[in-house]
Design a protein around this ligand. Structure first.
Ligand code: C2O
Ligand code: CU
Length: 543
């Protein structure tokens, strides 16, 4: 195993990823940031220099379990104090499993400003499939407002929703039609300032495409015109291969697909991303699948393929159900669990603020990170009352807006007994608007979980648990809960630390859609002083 050193300069720069000029956060002048490449078992060491003029920072390594290093998970308020402007911070962790992962800012709504990228971990053992080339594409949606305008709007009275994104980016490139906004001066919106992402391919080959999504809001359908994709990896786990024409991908997920360049080589093809699950107003993301030696900028002669209906849940549910662990790579889950936590997802009001809640509790981050508070026995750092393990199953109607829209807010957390098996049922419900339920991709830090099942309507403890897939469930770190549906997960509380579990929609987490699990805090090693210095850890020394 080797050490992989990275030195990152993080700063604000003016960029026009979709022709519209705005301030974005770059890493070494790039957004998306550099791809981290390592081999299974390597140690990744990233020295982050916070060169943002006046803004804190923290970076999360999404999908890396941080075994033995819970303090380098990069989750502000949970595992560390923010990195102050002018400071530098060294993250050091082992990438213990091969696969495709992500990284992104985890402070306020900073991720949306452009601080994100991919982590690729090569396996030591041969893989159960072959390909000629390995390429990555990261998907995003893009807003023209700053994260400050957005975050302030979400926490204002009256509430100001962020709205739909202005464009969709494919590997950091998109196209906003400036002529639709004639009030924007050419200095701000300039159609010569952006160009589509181009993936050049050689005819007659097999490509492994690693696709990751870090959208702020959007669920996406990803497609390569005229080409099938064979899904082989999800969140770092091998998938029993299945073929799709379009891949549904939710924020925080990664997939690998195999694509054969077996179409007419005399032309180029469209690569598209489209919003699903919300009534789309954002134009498709467009990139070019360029068959060598055609000119990379030559537009495909056809119109981009049309996307699936935005409100059709069936094909999305079908894809979720199709993702199983690959034969020969199955990790069987424990057959029973020690604790079941049901998390009802609702939209609520708290005084006049619009919030998201889980079992009627809307999550807020404390000023003293939990990991430090618990490991160092700092008192009164957060609400000691844990949130409830369930909701009122019998009477709650998931098909209607909440009868009592008022929720409470808390920074209380779930304390898990170490080395036990925990089931989490994510239960979706109607939002505050009638006949509306959204898709929420939930991401668990510090673990992979088994995906035991998905269903429609209200989870029925007696019958639905019998239908769990205990034979070949996929392990993932991010999973959607579909509109008016439920998703059941199982994991082992075997990674000492404090771990966030939240909706990966940036604004939803900001509005309270998350929980935190503590497990085995007494087994956590000595905390590095570099994570301290905020809240009640002010007296603790920074180096
Ligand atoms: Cu990728 Cu807590 O997030
Ligand atoms: Cu959500």
């Amino acid at each position: 195993a080797r050490n992989r050193y990275y030195k990152w300069e993080v700063k604000y720069e003016f960029r026009s990823p979709d022709c519209f000029k705005k301030l974005v956060i770059t890493i070494n002048a790039k957004t998306p940031g550099p791809t981290i490449q390592a081999e299974e078992g390597d140690t990744v060491i990233v020295q982050v220099n916070n060169t943002l003029l006046t803004e804190n920072l923290s970076i999360h390594w999404h999908g890396i379990r941080q075994i033995g290093t819970p303090w380098f998970d990069g989750t502000e308020g949970v595992t560390q104090c923010p990195i102050l402007p002018g400071d530098s911070f060294v993250y050091q962790f082992v990438v213990d499993r091969p696969g495709t992962y992500l990284y992104h800012a985890h402070y306020g709504m900073q991720r949306e400003a452009g601080l994100y990228g991919l982590i690729r971990v090569a396996p030591r053992d041969p893989e159960p499939f072959t390909y000629d080339f390995d390429r990555s594409i990261i998907l995003n949606d893009w807003y023209h407002q700053s994260t400050y305008e957005q975050a302030s709007g979400l926490s204002s009275i009256p509430f100001q929703w962020v709205g739909e994104p202005q464009s969709l980016l494919i590997h950091g490139k998109g196209r906003f039609n400036c002529s639709n906004s004639p009030s924007l001066s050419t200095g701000v919106c300039d159609m010569s300032k952006c160009s589509p992402f181009i993936q050049t391919v050689i005819p007659g080959k097999t490509y492994r495409l690693r696709i990751g999504s870090l959208t702020a809001l959007s669920a996406l359908s990803f497609q390569i015109e005229g080409h099938n994709m064979t899904v082989i990896e999800a969140d770092g786990h091998y998938v029993e291969p299945f073929v799709v024409k379009n891949l549904f991908i939710y924020s925080g997920e990664t997939y690998s697909v195999l694509v054969k360049t077996d179409q007419d080589p005399s032309r180029n093809y469209w690569i598209t991303s489209n919003v699903v699950s919300r009534n789309r107003t954002t134009p498709p993301g467009l990139a070019i699948f360029n068959y060598y030696p055609n000119h990379p900028k030559r537009s495909p002669p056809t119109v981009p393929p049309s996307p699936p209906a935005w409100d059709d849940v069936e094909p999305r549910l079908a894809q979720s159900l199709a993702i199983k662990a690959r034969q020969g790579y199955i990790h069987k889950p424990p057959t029973t669990s020690d604790r079941v936590i049901v998390l009802l997802n609702t939209q609520n009001n708290i005084s006049e603020y619009r919030r998201w809640s889980v079992n009627n509790v809307s999550f807020t981050l404390p000023h003293t990170p939990y990991l430090i508070a618990l490991r160092e026995n700092v008192s009164n750092a957060f609400d000691p009352t844990p949130p409830p393990d369930g909701y009122d199953f019998a009477s709650y109607d998931i098909w209607s807006p909440p009868p009592n829209a008022n929720a409470t807010s808390s920074n209380g957390i779930y304390r898990l007994r170490f080395n036990t098996t925990v089931d989490v049922i994510l239960q979706n419900a109607n939002t505050m608007n009638t006949n509306n339920s959204e898709t929420h991709p939930w991401h668990l830090h510090g673990h992979d979980f088994w995906v035991l099942g998905y269903g429609k309507g209200k989870f029925d403890v007696k019958n639905d648990t019998k239908k769990y897939n205990l034979e070949n469930p996929i392990m993932k770190n991010t999973v959607p809960v579909h509109p008016f549906g439920w998703t059941a997960l199982r994991f082992r509380s075997d990674n000492p630390g404090v771990w966030a579990f939240h909706c990966h929609i940036e604004s939803h987490f900001y509005m309270g859609m998350g929980v935190v699990f503590e497990e085995g805090i007494e087994r956590v090693g000595k905390l590095p002083s570099s994570i301290m210095g905020c809240g009640k850890t002010k007296g603790f020394h920074r180096p």
